[in-house]
Design a protein around this ligand. Structure first.
Ligand code: 9D3
Length: 260
C-alpha cells in the first residue's frame, strides 16, 4: 500500500515513520510512504502556502493551487485511483471501520489541514474528510499520522502477528483483558505503604481452560464498566454472552436490593 502525505511540516513525520512496526514495514517494502512538502508545489519566490480569508476574519487559509499541484504530481507518480483524505475538524470521525475501509485502497493521499482551514475549492478533489475526535489540535499532521498508523497496521504483512490484528479489541467490540508479566510477586511502596502486588493466581495455575474463562470475564467486566457503548456492536461468543448475562443479572439484583 502507498501513502502520500502533503504537509507544510514534513519534519513532523520523520521519527514516527522510522520507528516501530511502521518503520519496519517501510524498510521491508510492504508500505511505501512519501511525505511531500506543500511548499515544493508553490511557484512564487517566497513559497507562500497560505493567505487571508476572503470576506475577512481571523487567521489564514491554505491556498488551493499548491494543493492542486501536489495532487496532480502524486497522480502522475502513482497513477489514477487515488483516495484523497483531508484532515479536518469538520470531518467524519475516524473509526476502526473507516480504517479498515481505507486499508483496502491501494493509494491513499492525506492532505494535512492547517490554520483556520483549507480553500473550499480543493474539496472537489477530496474523497473524504476525516477528524480523529472532538478536541482541538493545531493542525492535521498528528491526525494524518494517526490515520496512517491505524490503516497501515491492517495491511497484510505490516504487523508480524496476523492473529493479534484479527483478535483486536475494537474489531471484536470488547476491551482487552488485563495483562501481567514476571515477576509473579512484587512489593512496591504505594501511597498506603508497601503493597503486595501479586499476579492473579489463575494465571499461574497452568489451567488453560480456567485462564481463558477468567480473561473473558475480565474483558466483559471492563467493557461493561468502562465502555458499555461498545457492547451494542460487539460479537460475543456463547461463553461471553453468558458472562455478560450473569454480570447484568448480578448488577440488576444489587440495584433492586438498594432500592428496596
Ligand atoms: C473547529 C475549530 N475551528 C474554529 C474556527 C478552528 C480550527 C481549530 C483547529 C481549525 C483548524 C484546527 C486544526 N485541526 C485540524 O486541522 C484537525 C483536527 C483537530 O483539531 N481535531 C481532531 N481531528 C482533526 S483533523 C484535523
Amino acid at each position: 500500500m502507498t501513502f502520500d502525505i502533503v504537509t507544510i511540516f514534513p519534519a513532523m513525520f520523520e521519527q514516527p515513520l522510522a520507528a516501530g512496526v511502521i518503520g519496519r514495514a517501510i524498510e521491508r517494502g510492504v508500505l511505501d510512504v512519501k511525505v511531500r512538502d506543500l511548499r515544493d508545489f508553490t511557484t512564487d519566490r517566497h513559497r507562500v502556502v497560505d493567505d487571508v480569508p476572503f470576506g475577512g476574519g481571523p487567521g489564514m487559509v491554505l491556498k488551493a493551487d499548491p494543493l492542486f499541484r501536489a495532487l496532480d504530481a502524486i497522480e502522475a507518480d502513482r497513477g489514477q485511483q487515488l483516495t484523497v483524505v483531508l484532515t479536518s475538524p469538520q470531518g467524519e470521525r475516524l473509526t476502526q471501520e473507516s480504517a479498515q475501509r481505507l486499508s483496502r485502497q491501494a493509494h491513499v493521499v492525506v492532505l494535512c489541514g492547517r490554520y483556520e482551514g483549507v480553500d473550499e475549492r480543493i474539496r472537489q478533489r477530496v474523497t473524504e474528510e476525516v477528524s480523529i475526535g472532538d478536541y482541538v489540535l493545531t493542525g492535521g499532521e498528528l491526525p494524518a499520522m494517526v490515520i496512517l498508523d491505524a490503516v497501515a497496521r491492517l495491511v497484510p504483512g505490516v504487523v508480524g502477528d496476523e492473529q493479534s490484528v484479527a483478535a483486536d479489541s475494537f474489531s471484536r467490540g470488547l476491551l482487552d483483558f488485563p495483562q501481567y508479566t514476571r515477576p509473579a510477586r512484587l512489593s512496591w511502596p504505594g501511597p498506603q505503604g508497601a503493597a503486595d502486588l501479586s499476579v492473579p493466581d489463575v494465571l499461574l495455575s497452568g489451567n488453560h481452560a480456567d485462564i481463558r474463562k477468567w480473561r473473558k470475564r475480565e474483558a466483559v467486566t471492563r467493557t461493561l464498566d468502562r465502555r458499555p457503548d461498545l457492547l451494542a456492536g460487539a460479537t460475543l461468543d456463547d461463553e461471553e454472552q453468558q458472562i455478560l448475562q450473569e454480570l447484568q443479572n448480578g448488577r440488576a439484583a444489587l440495584q433492586k436490593g438498594k432500592a428496596g
